[in-house]
Design a protein. Structure first.
Length: 382
């Protein structure tokens, strides 16, 4: 039995104390207390499931209330973990075979994840395949629809994001990027996509081709937004705002009002003071969701650099600990639910990972000037 839990009255008392602390705190810190309550329940269930929860339906009712509230604030992984624990405790009593419990939970998780995703995302039909004769190394932008690109980018980048362990945030944001390979891979891929976007635009010599390319990428970014994939949407917009693309004034003047409206909407998310509108969207969106990695890393870095580890009295700075904890909670929350309604296309994914055309910054500018020469009064903006 778990040490320190005592009899059922003591356990109930500890639970009540934690609930009171949860109710007193503001929204940011209350989530931390809710995590503490869930952790306490985990210990309680492990040691006293049949003695307390099965024997006393009032305690089970309290647990269900906490699970409901935790689900509403997005702590689905912790909720699922507790439900797994209850399933195992029940299954192991009915059948001593551990495989019974594991199989029950496997069925539960699959059904729960499917229901959550289908509730939060509009159903997405399987996209029309690209020609079978094409291989990843000879795919062109013209072969792909906005849906092809947006969905496969979402799957690739969510896999990269999901692989980031919490400890890498601290390492990456304190100058130890070589010890944070998963974050480094995601940042590198995001930069690569931004460069690809600019490359596709500037290497088109016909102005109408350049206009259509810009329109296509704005459409891709808009689809990414509809999927709550903020990272891909932002990196596309950052590609379109590179100097080599922005200087091509004739292209931007030739864009239709609809494209300009969609571009401006996403651009404001990426550029407004402290990303206020982006933060509001992120806070209110439903899972699955892929946050903008740049903002997550910037926030964590600011917390590490601005706040000292210790107070003036030499004590641990718990305000800094709580701020860092809030960022880790955000990471956990957005890693909980995958984009299971999207259909992977391995050929397109291989193209996006390995075969997209890329020019460095100097070549981008040269190609841009070649496609749209500088006017008499135009100065290089590098």
């Amino acid at each position: 039995e778990s040490r320190g839990l005592g009899d059922v009255y003591k356990r109930q008392g500890i639970f009540n104390e934690r609930c009171e602390a949860y109710k007193r705190e503001n929204s940011q810190h209350s989530v931390r207390h809710l995590f503490n309550i869930l952790d306490f329940f985990s210990c309680w269930i492990s040691a006293y499931f049949y003695r307390d929860f099965v024997a006393d339906h009032r305690i089970l009712s309290q647990l269900n209330s906490v699970l409901k509230e935790a689900t509403e604030v997005g702590l689905l992984e912790s909720v699922n973990r507790l439900k797994l624990l209850m399933l195992r405790r029940k299954a192991l009593k009915d059948s001593p075979n551990p495989k019974t419990s594991a199989y029950m939970y496997h069925l539960y998780v699959k059904e729960r994840e499917r229901a959550l995703v289908e509730k939060n995302l509009k159903p997405i039909l399987k996209r029309e395949s690209i020609p079978k004769s094409l291989t990843a190394n000879n795919i062109q932008l013209s072969h792909l629809t906005k849906w092809h690109i947006a969905e496969q980018l979402t799957l690739i980048e969510y896999d990269l994001f999901h692989s980031i362990p919490e400890k890498e945030l601290q390492l990456y944001c304190t100058g130890k990027s070589n010890e944070a390979p998963n974050i480094s891979r995601m940042v590198e891929f995001s930069n690569k996509i931004s460069t690809w976007v600019a490359t596709e635009v500037v290497r088109k010599y016909d102005i109408q081709d350049r206009v259509e390319t810009i329109k296509k990428f704005v459409s891709v970014a808009t689809v990414c937004l509809s999927l709550n994939n903020y990272n891909s949407a932002m990196e596309i917009i950052l590609g379109l705002t590179k100097t080599s693309v922005q200087r091509m004034k004739k292209c931007w003047m030739a864009l239709g009002s609809n494209t300009k409206t969609h571009f401006d909407k996403i651009f404001k998310l990426a550029s407004q003071n402290n990303w206020k509108n982006y933060r509001h969207l992120l806070k209110t969106c439903k899972l699955p969701c892929l946050p903008w990695i740049n903002v997550l890393l910037r926030d964590f870095t600011s917390i590490c650099e601005i706040n000292p580890d210790k107070t003036k009295d030499g004590l641990v700075n718990f305000d800094k600990v709580q701020l860092k904890g809030a960022q880790i909670l955000q990471l956990r929350k957005h890693q909980e639910i995958r984009y299971t309604v999207l259909v992977p296309n391995l050929k397109i994914q291989e193209f996006l990972r390995s075969y997209i055309p890329l020019l460095d910054e100097d070549d981008l500018y040269r190609a841009s000037v070649s496609a749209e020469p500088k006017g008499r009064d135009t100065k290089k903006q590098d």
